[in-house]
Design a protein around this ligand. Structure first.
Ligand SMILES: Nc1nc2c(ncn2[C@@H]2O[C@H](COP(=O)(O)OP(=O)(O)OP(=O)(O)O)[C@@H](O)[C@H]2O)c(=O)[nH]1
Length: 729
């Protein structure tokens, strides 16, 4: 029997033993070595030959990933590992490190119970490290730490045992500081921090395939001194044989990460807000393979032969070929065509069903998108997997040949389904479609995949930034009148406080949650009690409050009011960009007796105009997306590197020495950061490494407001005048 077949059989056997399953993700800052580590683990588990570079191909499977040398999609793989005379099934997800692909990391965390955080010993904890730790903790996923590239401390930086120990202690301290900062408000008293003594920290070299932890050092009798000696003497093969990285890390995984039976009772209440007394709730907490099927889709990918593959975590029941399952948010059911597991980029179909507690790859769920809840009974869906960072950059895409148009539209729809951090606007009239994403690289990779994988030649526009509009003060009460003058709406608007906006973005306040919970959350974030009781609707990060009392027919008209409101907020009055962070109050309304005279054609424009006029009265301003920027650079290039931030309407907030490099931290508008990579390279002779992270939206400075609004209006073919309240009457 082939090796692969044998491993599949092993995995199948272990699937039914949840106490022997570990679902884990590997996550880190870009280039800290996740993919190299994952290759080690695969080789250690006997899945691939232990032969260096060729192994890379196993996890980074898409051609563009290998060309760019970074991970773009999260890859799934199942493997087995024997620990303390017991075999374990380890379902692993390797996640991308580049910030543009952070949405994949967020989704992967829903599927797993443990996160192995990889940190480069030389660079230490970096901004993306903080982000992935936060993503893990928010999902109730337990972290453990692997400090990588320790070979560089020894061979390049020539550090001795004390210096090295100090450096490792500092990295652990920094990671724990992040963890403590993020868990101080959590209700559970669980200790999420990592420590050498507990065995939740390991370190080593993924490149040279050796690793150690306190338990492994106790077992092998290796000391720091021995490691330094062997590494210095270039005896890395010996080091690898004496203390192989894969064993050390997989032992840590088996010992310290929770199995589904331990993890699910803790995680379900965090990610599911249904009634916890229901049988279904018990089945999910108990990982009941005979219960109803509850499957959370965390990733959709395309297989040229099998079609769409939905990968995700099965929390209850057994998923099998032929089952008819509900998909949240859609009507009707989908039929499961096949179920299987991933073995490093490749899917292995199984003849049997996959039971609760596993990560499964399912075909046939044509209505599912990343984030769908798929189940055998109708149920409250899981909390949506919020990725905080909204798209900030847009690019237009057109098919070169008109004949390709239908195929392009289909592909774009598929892209949006696979990656919810992308937004696609399809314009069948002009043929010019817009894709918005997390950054230049994100969009570039997607357009390249459309061209290469789908063979559709496309023309793309220059990347442009996505803007927002937001009121800055409290408006006066504004009257909106319907075209027939029989219906009137009285509205005011004011800015929402930042805490509330953030809560909505995180999904901690939504219309889907029980009202009482929502009220409490809003009050905690600073909303007064009366207001929090009258929330009628939430759209984007805007809230509608119904302050009216006993108005006849208002109830049945409310749907139209909301439609008018949404139209007004989607295309703000300044430049038709989305409005954010506004609190709208409906104070009063006068409605015609007769339904015919208060239909959509009357109510929608009246509300829309009232909202726009009140926004203008509330001193609405244009907001632009900004990024946190961090540059690490040798001190002789510090001036030119900080100049690259300041010259881009940016601000340098901090400069400090770290090791032999200077660190510059600041913020700059996304628009100005387009083309930054090549500029910083030439400004510092290629000596700088840098990282950017989207940091929300900021009011554009006053002297640029008019110019920018006109520029957008011109691009959109709108009238070239600043809108006045009077325009809407
Ligand atoms: N010296 C040294 N280099 C390493 C080690 N581990 C990884 N590298 C190198 O670091 C670079 C990045 O490694 P990857 O494994 O691709 O990093 P990653 O975190 O998966 O990066 P993304 O896929 O881009 O998110 C590669 O050039 C590796 O060869 C290590 O232990 N020591």
């Amino acid at each position: 029997m082939g090796r692969r077949k044998k491993i599949v059989q092993e995995c199948e056997k272990l699937m039914d033993k949840p106490e022997q399953i570990r679902n884990i993700a590997i996550a880190a800052h870009v280039d800290h070595g996740k993919t190299t580590l994952t290759d080690n683990l695969l080789a250690g588990a006997g899945m691939i030959a232990d032969e260096g570079e060729a192994t890379r191909l196993m996890m980074d499977t898409e051609e563009d990933e290998q060309e760019r040398g970074i991970t773009i999609d999260a890859a799934n793989v199942s493997m087995t590992h024997e620990y303390q005379d017991r075999n374990h099934l380890i379902n692993l997800i390797d996640t991308p490190g580049h910030v543009d692909f952070g949405g994949d990391v967020t989704r992967a965390m829903r599927a797993v119970d443990g996160a192995l955080v990889v940190v480069d010993a030389v660079e230490g904890a970096m901004p993306q490290t903080e982000t992935v730790v936060r993503q893990a903790l928010r999902e109730g996923v337990k972290p453990a730490l692997f400090i990588n590239k320790v070979d560089r401390l020894i061979s390049e930086l020539q550090e001795g045992p004390e210096e090295m120990q100090q450096r490792l202690t500092d990295v652990i301290g920094d990671v724990n500081e992040l963890i403590r900062g993020m868990t101080q408000d959590m209700d559970d008293v669980e200790d999420w921090t990592v420590s050498v003594e507990d065995g939740t920290v390991a370190f080593g070299s993924a490149l040279y395939k050796w690793g150690v932890s306190l338990p492994s050092m106790q077992e092998t009798g290796m000391s720091f001194g021995d490691i330094i000696e062997l590494e210095r003497a270039d005896k890395r093969q010996e080091l690898h044989e004496k203390t192989p990285l894969s064993d050390v890390v997989l032992d840590m995984v088996a010992e310290h990460f929770p199995n589904p039976l331990n993890a699910q009772p803790r995680r379900i209440p965090r990610v599911w807000r249904g009634d916890d007394e229901l049988d279904l709730a018990h089945q999910m907490r108990d990982v009941d393979d005979e219960g109803e099927v509850v499957f959370m889709v965390t990733d959709i990918s395309m297989d040229p032969h099998a079609g769409e593959i939905a990968t995700g975590r099965l929390f209850s029941g057994t998923i099998k070929k032929g089952q008819e399952l509900y998909v949240s948010g859609t009507a009707g059911k989908n039929r499961v065509q096949s179920v299987g597991i991933f073995m490093g980029g490749e899917r292995e179909e199984l003849d049997r069903g996959v039971p609760a507690g596993n990560i499964a790859a399912v075909t046939g769920l044509r209505d599912a998108i990343a984030g769908s809840t798929v189940s055998s009974v109708e149920m409250t869906p899981f909390e949506s997997i919020e990725h905080i960072s909204e798209p900030v950059i847009t690019k237009s895409v057109e098919a070169k040949n008109m004949d390709d148009l239908p195929k392009l539209i289909q592909t774009l729809q598929q892209v949006a389904k696979e990656d919810p951090t992308i937004r696609v606007e399809i314009n069948e009239d002009t043929g010019e479609h817009l894709i918005s994403g997390q950054g230049e690289l994100h969009l570039e990779v997607i357009t390249q995949r459309i061209q290469k994988n789908q063979g559709i030649p496309v023309v793309t526009g220059e990347p442009i930034v996505v803007y927002r509009e937001m009121p800055q003060s409290q408006s006066r009460e504004v009257e909106g009148v319907s075209p027939n003058r029989h219906n009137k709406f009285y509205i005011t608007v004011e800015p929402l406080n930042e805490d509330i906006v953030e809560q909505i973005q995180r999904g901690e306040v939504s219309m889907d949650m029980p009202e009482l919970e929502r009220r409490e959350a809003l009050q905690e974030a600073g909303m007064d009690k009366d207001t929090s009781q009258d929330v009628e609707h939430i759209h984007g990060t805007n809230i509608l409050i119904d302050d009216t009392k006993g108005i006849q027919h208002l109830n049945e008209t409310m749907e139209l009011v909301i439609e008018g409101l949404e139209e007004a907020l989607d295309d703000g009055p300044l430049a038709a960009e989305p409005v954010q962070g506004s609190l709208l109050r409906l104070h009063d309304a006068k409605l015609h007796e007769d339904t015919i005279h208060r239909g959509p054609a009357q109510v929608i424009p009246a509300v829309r105009d009232a909202v726009h006029r009140s926004l203008i009265d509330a001193d609405i301003k244009l907001l632009e997306p900004i990024q946190d920027v961090r540059i690490d650079v040798p001190s002789e290039h510090m001036g030119s590197a900080s100049g690259e931030i300041q010259g881009r309407r940016g601000r340098v907030d901090d400069m400090y020495q770290e090791g032999d490099l200077m660190v510059i931290e600041g913020i700059a508008p996304v628009e100005e950061m387009i083309g930054f990579s090549s500029d910083i390279r030439s400004a510092t002779e290629g000596r700088a490494s840098w990282n950017t992270e989207n940091a929300g939206f900021r009011v554009l400075s006053d002297n640029l407001q008019r110019e920018k609004i006109m520029e957008i209006r011109e691009r959109k073919g709108m009238k070239l005048e600043l809108p006045q309240s009077i325009d809407y009457i």
